[in-house]
Design a protein around this ligand. Structure first.
Ligand SMILES: NC(=O)c1ccc[n+]([C@@H]2O[C@H](COP(=O)([O-])OP(=O)(O)OC[C@H]3O[C@@H](n4cnc5c(N)ncnc54)[C@H](OP(=O)(O)O)[C@@H]3O)[C@@H](O)[C@H]2O)c1
Length: 299
């Protein structure tokens, strides 16, 4: 157990933020939340560049989760919101950290989409960034912390894969058709999916918050990416339903447009090299365990 830390979390009301706050508090840390609404302990208005000036007082670690949801049709306006809500908010936090005499560490959410939409070979943290809108967003989002890196502040980017949850994200959307026996692989099913259970993602953030040696890009994924075909078959077994109805790629493109191409259809086998090197232990390293935990436990 490390010393209790004062931890500021933006976007704490979201899918990751809620269980993360609970996990940090359970380990004795003091959490303060930053929100657009009164529900947070502190408020900000990213569009207006406004941040409560007291927000950093005594803070040891900042965790930046806030960002407009990616799971929507990507109109030009939506793309601007997805980008600006992450990059402008990161700049506000980074400026505030730079003004502190004792600067807190900065841990930012990021995504495996940093690596693009597909890769023929396994991807680790040394792999270059790839093509696509989300790859550009993650480069700018991470890049906003450059002043901190240059000043020698500890900075970590949690390049997160597909988070398994009943509450939101890809699995939540898949569960209803799969439970009705209408599920199946997408396209050829050969595209790789790099996933992580929500409890393991939360633990990875806690690990990063508590360990001063954790810095730079961190792939927040389980150790074994699987093909969409294996994911589909495993989900079918876990819920006891057949998975006989493949979804053609063209249907995904029609339903979700560019968003579908860069998320549902992406093909990235991402390896968590840095977490492994740091000795991080996954509670749910195997997909069937992770799906059982996600679907049948209260989380
Ligand atoms: N979940 C995943 O599968 C996944 C995968 C890869 C990366 N990530 C990244 O990890 C972070 C956390 O994910 P999550 O699933 O917890 O996200 P989430 O449930 O969508 O929550 C994000 C939080 O950000 C704030 N927010 C939303 N729109 C905003 C806007 N336009 N401007 C400023 N703040 C806004 C909200 O907090 P307030 O209402 O309190 O302000 C919201 O609760 C996100 O940045 C996400 O991109 C998630």
């Amino acid at each position: 157990m490390t010393n209790p830390r004062n931890i500021l979390i933006s976007g704490a009301s979201g899918l990751v933020g809620q269980p993360l706050c609970a996990a940090l508090e359970a380990r004795g840390h003091k959490v303060r939340t930053l929100s657009r609404s009164d529900h947070g302990d502190y408020q900000w208005d990213v569009g207006k560049g406004e941040l409560d000036p007291k927000v950093m007082d005594g803070v040891d670690v900042v965790i930046h989760l806030a960002g407009e949801t990616v799971a929507q049709r990507w109109s030009e306006e939506a793309k601007a919101r997805i980008l600006n809500s992450r990059v402008d908010s990161a700049k506000l936090l980074v400026d505030a950290i730079m003004r502190q005499s004792k600067r807190p560490a900065y841990i930012s959410a990021s995504g495996i989409s940093y690596y693009g939409v597909d890769s023929a070979v396994p991807v680790d943290e040394s792999t270059d960034s790839g093509q696509g809108f989300l790859a550009g967003v993650t480069r700018e989002w991470e890049g906003a912390a450059q002043p901190l890196v240059a000043a020698g502040v500890r900075v970590a980017y949690m390049r997160t894969g597909i988070v398994l949850s009943k509450q939101g994200g890809a699995l939540a959307k898949m569960l209803t058709p799969f439970k009705l026996g209408l599920g199946g692989r997408i396209g050829s099913g050969e595209q790789k999916m790099s996933w992580i259970s929500l409890p393991d993602l939360v633990n990875a953030y806690v690990f990063a918050a508590e360990n001063d040696s954790v810095c730079g890009p961190i792939n927040a994924v389980a150790p074994q990416p699987v093909t969409n075909r294996v994911f589909t078959k495993t989900l079918g077994i876990v819920i006891g339903r057949p998975t006989l109805f493949p979804m053609p790629k063209a249907v995904i493109k029609t339903l979700f447009g560019e968003m579908g191409e860069e998320t549902v259809l992406s093909d990235l086998g991402v390896l968590p090299l840095r977490l492994t090197e740091h000795g991080f232990e996954w509670k749910f390293p195997k997909l069937d365990q992770a799906l059982r935990e996600t679907i049948y436990q209260d989380n």
